[in-house]
Design a protein around this ligand. Structure first.
Ligand code: AR6
Length: 171
């Protein structure tokens, strides 16, 4: 599997599936989530509401992933995953790794060959970028998946540089 880093906006990626850094309500928020719903349009929210009315009545737990249409985005699917809120007193890195693993599993079951990820949990959920980059890259690299290309979309040059360093450190 090919891993690519780009600096940019995840809502503009031409890929099969775009991953959303959602919250467990699945009903929208700020950051990546806000941008995806704004640009993707109401079809995405309608499918999220249907998921809340069926399989995920209690919300989507952290570390899990579920797909909807991508609406008007230039992608076929949005895969919603819920990152953990960063905590200094509790190690939640298994949940962050699970977001990447479960999103790739959903992508594989849909037949998606190309997947774009944001740096999950590094915004509102405050995960330190370098640690998040290491977890993201090692998890994706170790995942047994039929996905052919994983693109990490970093929102600014600082985040891009951190991911570049982490990728280099992995050899
Ligand atoms: N494209 C790519 N990356 C982006 C974009 C974008 N358009 N916008 C922000 N980022 P966040 P979280 C970066 O806060 O930390 C929402 O309210 C951002 O700079 O989107 O997992 C949800 O509803 C940061 O590096 O996600 C949840 O309540 C990274 O994407 C909560 O935020 C993730 O930031 C989830 O928090």
């Amino acid at each position: 599997m090919k891993i690519e880093l780009v600096e940019g906006d995840i809502t503009e990626q031409r890929v099969d599936a775009v991953v959303n850094a959602a919250n467990s309500s699945l009903l929208g928020g700020g950051g990546v989530d806000g941008a995806i719903h704004r640009k993707g349009g109401p079809e995405i929210l309608a499918e999220c509401r249907a998921l809340r009315a069926s399989r995920y009545g209690g919300g989507l737990p952290a570390g899990q992933a579920v797909a909807t249409t991508a609406g008007r985005l230039p992608a076929r699917w949005v895969i919603h995953t819920v990152g953990p809120v960063f905590s200094r007193s509790e190690d939640r890195s298994h949940l962050l790794a699970s977001c990447y693993r479960e999103s790739l599993a959903v992508a594989g079951s849909l037949g998606a060959a190309t997947v774009a990820f944001p740096a999950i949990s590094t915004g509102v959920y405050r995960w330190p970028m370098a640690d998040a980059a290491r977890i993201a890259l090692t998890t994706v690299r170790q995942a047994g998946t039929a996905v052919e290309e994983v693109r990490f979309v970093l929102f600014n040059s600082a985040a891009y540089a951190v991911f570049e360093d982490a990728l280099r450190d992995m050899g």
